[in-house]
Write a protein that binds this ligand. Structure first.
Ligand code: FE
Ligand code: CA
Length: 530
């Protein structure tokens, strides 16, 4: 936005809408229409806000007149996109406005960082391009540093395979007007599901030419397909997101520069770069997260006044490769290797600093995969090879790394750690032991692993073998097998987690209800049923 404002910009705007821009950025002298016409609605992928701070957030959109078509149906011309931020939903009191340039190099996405706003307040925003105007979205700033905060309400959600089911959870999230949503990853799946869950066909069919994503074009079209969903758009328009990624934004079970196909790292990194670029283009995140080739700085801290510090972690980019060939294993000695890591040295040190310096009531580790130990041998309904009890892709595949994190919590005297996770398409509520790998040891914190939005089919009302599951896992307080999200209601006294689930996702608009609620009292680690 280094160009002077005023007449030049107006001329450029008109030129850009008409597609008449020269390589140097100067408008063509030819006669231009007074108002550019898009041949179809360009805000077909919705709008979003993200990365809230106490004085601002990012607002995002991506122009695509033909979302699944070549280049989203757009030409190579830069397009000026204007934006407004108001403090009322009717957009009557505009307090910020300006313009950004949507460029083909970033798939005509725009990421605008808004700052200088008031803490803990609702704001509203919209975009215009040519003759088109976007919907109005709601964003919200975080509380001021150190402020006493009576309550925050947010959701954890993730694992949203599009063809796997309807986004009823996102519809419900949209209706909740949360302060923000933490997305734990699997925003897209890079592969095409061929069958549904055991007995049901897939509720939605991807276009025939959608296979596995390898190239930037593949990933862009996958995000575009997912983002055409009205319920997902409504969720984004309802509050800011804290996006993170897990494996399927790139490839199943990738780890650092490797994948399970044993692709040579130098080749895999081109795929990772393409996947990261597409992720950036479709997420409301800050400029500091623009990928540099295959690298993206994705771990970061969000402070909610004096109430909660939320560290969003990256458990993919710097981790050790899954030991013993990955999957579920029994007796994998390598999983206990001292050198194994989930966060990498630098991120571990960063997290230790955060925990040491945190003066908040709650310290949140918002991450992607199951942190607590878990014996899976009686989960035959989710993992058919029932006698292999440990999941190598989760922290059970790097037990020394888990030890180090729990040691950090103890060294920092972290008063109230809460770990958030996802990945396995069920709900789990767990108590974390002071000996990280001994679930029977005294509780130092809790973990809420959130079920999928739509991956894995409708699920079941009850859980098979639950007696055996709980007997194997005394620290596991709940397992649920429906699709949904977790609603977290956090106050200085207590943390309540409501496990929200849809009755089914194979049909649209099924009823969403709270299946279970847990409460953690501040200063008394442990889970109690609400
Ligand atoms: Fe998933
Ligand atoms: Ca996986």
């Amino acid at each position: 936005m280094g160009r002077p404002m005023g007449l030049d910009r107006r001329a450029l705007l008109k030129a850009a809408f008409a597609g008449g821009i020269t390589a140097t950025g100067f408008p063509l002298p030819a006669a231009l229409p007074a108002r550019a016409q898009f041949r179809a609605f360009p805000f077909s992928l919705g709008i979003a806000a993200g990365e809230p701070s106490s004085d601002g957030f990012v607002i995002w959109t991506r122009l695509a007149v033909d979302p699944l078509g070549t280049r989203g149906g757009m030409t190579a011309a830069p397009v000026e996109v204007s934006f407004e931020v108001a403090d009322d939903p009717g957009m009557a009191r505009v307090i910020r406005s300006g313009a950004a340039t949507a460029r083909i190099e970033l798939a005509h996405s725009v990421h605008v960082e808004i700052d200088g706003l008031e803490p803990a307040r609702d704001y509203f925003y919209r975009f215009r391009a040519g003759n088109a105007e976007s919907a109005v979205g709601r964003a919200r700033t975080l509380p001021a540093a150190g402020a006493e905060v009576a309550q925050i309400r947010f959701a954890s959600a993730g694992c949203q395979q599009w063809e796997g089911g309807f986004y009823t959870a996102w519809r419900s999230i949209a209706e909740e007007h949360f302060d923000f949503v933490f997305h734990y990853g699997d925003y897209i799946y890079e592969y095409r599901a061929v069958t549904g869950d055991r007995d049901n066909p897939l509720p939605r069919a991807m276009p025939a030419d959608f296979g596995t994503c390898y190239t930037l074009t593949d990933y862009r079209r996958r995000y575009a397909l997912y983002k055409t969903d009205a319920d997902l758009q409504a969720a984004h328009a309802s509050c800011p997101f804290l996006p993170s990624f897990d494996d399927h934004e790139v490839a199943n079970d990738w780890a650092a520069d490797t994948d399970p196909r044993d692709t040579p790292p130098e080749a895999f990194l081109f795929r990772r770069a393409a996947a990261f670029q597409a992720w950036y283009e479709h997420m409301p995140v800050r400029r500091v997260m623009i990928p540099r080739g295959p690298d993206m700085l994705a771990y970061r801290l969000f402070r909610c006044g004096g109430l909660a510090d939320i560290a969003v972690l990256d458990t993919r980019q710097y981790r050790s490769k899954q030991p013993c060939g990955g999957g579920f294993k029994s007796d994998c000695r390598d999983a206990d290797g001292e050198a194994r890591t989930m966060l990498g040295d630098r991120q571990e040190r960063w997290l230790a600093d955060i925990l040491r310096g945190s003066a908040a009531t709650w310290q949140v580790l918002a991450q992607q995969v199951l942190f607590s130990p878990l014996n899976w041998r009686s989960f035959g309904w989710i993992e058919p090879s029932g006698d292999a009890p440990h999941r190598m892709d989760a922290w059970d595949g790097a037990t020394a790394a888990r030890d180090r994190v729990v040691a950090m919590l103890r060294a920092a005297r972290t008063p109230n750690p809460v770990v958030l996770s996802g990945d396995v398409h069920i709900d789990l509520a767990l108590e974390i032991g002071r000996d990280a790998n001994d679930p029977q040891s005294p509780c130092v914190g809790v973990e809420f692993l959130t079920t999928s939005v739509s991956s894995g089919g409708d699920g079941t009302a009850g859980v098979k073998n639950d007696d055996a599951i709980y007997a194997d896992n005394p620290h596991l307080k709940y397992v649920g097998n429906r699709r949904g999200y977790t609603r977290h209601v956090v106050t200085p006294r207590r943390w309540q987690a409501d496990l929200r689930a849809a009755a089914r996702i194979s049909t649209k608009d099924a009823q969403v209800s709270t299946r279970k609620s847990f409460v953690v009292e501040a200063g008394r680690p442990g889970l109690a049923e609400a």
